[in-house]
Ligand binder design. Structure first.
Ligand code: FUL
Length: 485
């Protein structure tokens, strides 16, 4: 009898310890540095938002006001920010970055530090405040609000001297304390030299890096708004994509070394467009492009608004390559988005909704040729569970792998979306997409980087199985989401 009890006790201990070994979680892969900050991750998820260029230029027909425009010319006749908000939301844009002051120096809010503002315009008899109207409307309607405040100021007499830097910082303080929260601050690097400058009418070139003393300014703003994303050509949070025509590189690393992107360096646009595989900082790209040829509204461009198809192409070459899209929509002289722009935006949204209506991957059975420690935590089923925090991973040292997506029945496939789990760093260097046809795998597309999101457009193909092969990666590939449309 005693023997019997001992045997049962032994069985109990053995089964307990077995249980324990089985439950030991397989540790996650080590990050591949550099990795995004929390605020960069939140920014990635916005994907697209609006840029709004509006100032005296809208009324003078210029792109770069000289700085000698009378504030009186600013006089929108039917201004309605609610129309902007309605259209921005209907287009699926998640926020608005407003040119609170462009290079001409005219301020869209009644700044107490200058007379060159809406307060001396005819609009609302000088009592209007575009910045407040837009910021309030954004915040009330679930949109994020961002600020563009041109460092170059062609109106200011003291532009080029140290007092102007105090002026610029005072205005930042005004904007961030009165109109926040602010999700993004857009620092424009442009400086064309000549300007009105309080009547001097001369050329003033400054040494951008030294003159503005950016570290002090950024520190000051960060204290007021810890989560703000700073845009400038070289970051620090997000970088320029190197062109204004709507595309980031087919190869797009969110990583880049800032010491290699100083102004004036040859090939800088190309570098910004692709990023650097071994870049030392995580600085993802933002694609800035206007719905019209110009950044500001000009009547003569009413017939040149980008078509929904062109905007969709831009969407694929920006958001579809892991960058964010900031799409400029300039209000007209009424203070409204022009009918042609509205029509194009709504048409564009329709194209996106149609293209990505049914995600065939959601009901698919997904397998992989291997996964990390054979642990459920890293199983291929994580890529279609709708949870961005779970991902498929391979063992350390396994830098390639295949995901087999069984759609269950013949379907027409047009788009494939792949997302890396970038919290642990961007990794994938090369991938191939194949479909099962005539009893064999047929390659339908291949690419380089994936990053936050990659959208692959293929010739519409009938198939019941899709294979995504990671063929080169900096470390074990981590895929958090697959969509098939
Ligand atoms: C450029 C500016 O010079 C343009 O006027 C526009 O604001 C664009 C977004 O950035 O650098």
């Amino acid at each position: 009898m005693m023997k019997h009890y001992l045997f049962i006790a032994l069985l109990f201990v053995v089964s307990l310890s077995f249980g324990r070994t089985r439950e030991l979680p397989v540790p996650p892969p080590k990050p591949v540095l550099p990795i995004p900050t929390d605020r960069q991750l939140a920014w990635h998820e916005m994907e697209q938002y609006a840029f709004i260029h509006f100032t005296t230029n809208t009324f003078t027909g210029k792109e770069w006001g000289y700085g000698d425009e009378s504030p009186e010319v600013f006089n929108p006749t039917e201004m309605d920010v609610n129309q902007w908000i309605r259209v921005v939301k209907a287009a699926g844009l998640k926020g608005i970055v407003l040119t609170c002051k462009h290079h001409d120096g005219f301020c869209l809010w009644p700044s107490k530090f200058t007379e060159h503002s809406v307060k001396n315009s005819k609009w609302k008899e000088g009592k209007g405040n575009v910045v407040k109207e837009v910021a309030d409307a954004c915040h009330q309607n679930g949109l994020k609000f961002g600020i563009y405040l041109s460092p170059w100021d062609r109106n200011r007499k003291d532009y080029g001297s140290s007092s102007y830097i105090d002026y610029y910082r005072n205005q930042l303080k005004e904007l961030f304390t009165l109109y926040g929260p602010v999700f993004e601050m857009w620092f424009d690097g442009a400086n064309g030299g000549d300007g009105y400058y309080g009547g001097a009418r001369e050329k003033r070139k400054i040494n951008g890096a030294a003159y503005y003393n950016w570290p002090t300014t950024l520190d000051m703003v960060r204290k007021m708004e810890p989560n703000v994303i700073f845009f400038s050509d070289a970051g620090p949070d997000i970088r320029w994509c190197g062109n204004e025509s709507g595309h980031i590189g087919e190869t797009n690393w969110a990583t880049i070394s800032t010491d290699s992107i100083y102004a004036g360096k040859s090939g800088i646009d190309k570098l910004l467009n692709s990023g650097e595989e071994d870049g030392k900082s995580y600085i993802p790209a933002e694609v800035d492009v206007s719905i019209r040829p110009g950044w500001f509204y000009h009547t003569e461009e009413d017939g040149k608004v980008k078509t929904p198809e062109k905007l969709f192409e831009i969407y694929l070459s920006s958001v579809g390559r892991g960058a964010n899209l900031i799409l400029n929509i300039p209000p007209d002289r009424r203070g409204l988005f022009h009918e042609n722009d509205v029509e194009a935006l709504l048409g564009w949204r329709k194209l996106i909704d149609e293209a990505f209506k049914t995600n065939l991957a959601l009901k698919a059975v997904i397998k992989a040729d291997s996964y990390r420690g054979n642990s459920k935590l890293y199983a291929p089923s994580n890529v279609n569970d709708g949870n961005k925090e779970t991902y498929w991973a391979t063992n350390d040292g396994t830098r390639t792998g295949n995901l087999f997506i069984d759609l269950g029945a013949q379907k027409t496939v047009k788009y494939i979306i792949i997302q890396e789990y970038i919290k642990l760093g961007q990794r994938v260097k090369e991938f191939v997409v194949s479909v099962w046809k005539n009893n064999k795998w047929t390659e339908v597309s291949k690419g380089t980087t994936i990053g936050y999101k990659r959208i692959i457009k293929i010739e519409p193909t009938e198939t019941d199985q899709v294979k995504i092969s990671i063929t080169a990666s900096k470390a074990s590939p981590l895929i958090s989401n697959i969509g098939i449309y």
